[in-house]
Design a protein around this ligand. Structure first.
Ligand code: SF4
Length: 283
């Protein structure tokens, strides 16, 4: 695998298109973020496209879907590190937040985590962003979580407060919210971490005061989770729109929930923001 193309955002985020030159239809997307709060983060894909096909995510429109092998995941990190020698000198993080649902490909994802942990002693943390698909039960039940103590971090892509809304706008193949929260509460203790609950605001769908109250009830059932409210990154061919009520919703949340933070993606001008992988063709 090699770098086919790299584009740099106005905020210095780098978006990578990786693959075998001549086979552009199966390219893999990754990016490098440099966030003031967290430093360098390599964001990798776990699938080409995504098996979940959430309505607000460009990965649903990719040509075909398949799991990436652990080699292909590891290669993304190797190529980005080689292209940015400063990563070898200091600490960095890796996040499984590119295209793909990591827990739908958990064997290769965890195999790649074990390998990069050995290869890069300066890798400080691995983050896994998941919608908690039904297929993730085996992973939650059978992983040796204590071996990832102080090393793994989970982000739960909630986005809607009712199961039926998540089945409609994310995927029908998801655990119920209550089941996912139970697993994440348990695992976060075993890995000594606080997980994040991600909630992207969509116009008129999940951004009302009533939804904020329901969100508070869900957060009350979490143990030490942090709520992360985000703006939606725009993509082609999407029926959902970014909320016009971000400020009002955020004010409601601040009054009800202490552990909340507010976020907007970096790298959106080069399609490196949340939900923007596969938002463009490289041809
Ligand atoms: S948001 Fe995540 S799980 Fe949903 S389609 Fe995009 S990559 Fe897949």
């Amino acid at each position: 695998m090699e770098i086919i193309k790299v584009v740099t955002s106005n905020d210095h985020t780098k978006k990578y298109f990786l693959g075998i030159v001549g086979l552009l239809d199966s390219h893999i997307e990754a990016c490098l973020l440099n966030l003031a709060r967290y430093g360098y983060i390599i964001c990798v894909s776990s699938q080409i496209g995504c098996s979940q096909k959430c309505e607000f995510c460009a990965a649903k429109n990719s040509n075909g879907t398949r799991n990436l092998s652990s080699d292909e995941i590891q290669e993304q990190i190797r190529l980005v590190v080689e292209d940015n020698p400063q990563l070898a000198a200091g600490k960095f993080q890796v996040t499984y937040m590119g295209s793909g649902e990591p827990l739908s490909n958990y064997k290769n994802v965890f195999d790649s985590i074990d390998r990069i942990r050995m290869e890069y002693p300066n890798l400080s943390k691995v983050n896994i962003s998941t919608t908690c698909p039904s297929s993730g039960r085996y992973c939650f039940e059978n992983t040796d979580w204590e071996s990832y103590y102080d090393f793994l971090h989970f982000q739960y892509s909630l986005h809607f407060v009712q199961d039926r809304e998540r089945y409609r706008y994310l995927s029908p193949r998801l655990m119920k919210i209550s089941e996912a929260i139970n697993y994440l509460n348990r695992v976060s203790v075993l890995i000594n971490d606080t997980y994040k609950v991600n909630y992207i605001l969509f116009d008129g769908l999940n951004d009302s005061r009533e939804k904020a109250k329901e969100l508070k009830k869900i957060m009350d059932k979490t143990e030490n989770a942090i709520l992360k409210i985000s703006t939606m990154c725009e993509i082609y061919e999407c029926s959902l729109l970014p909320s016009q009520s971000f400020d009002q919703f955020s004010e409601s949340i601040k009054k009800m929930i202490n552990r909340a933070e507010f976020f907007s993606s970096d790298g959106t001008d080069v399609n490196a923001g949340c939900g923007q992988f596969y938002n463009e063709s490289i041809l």
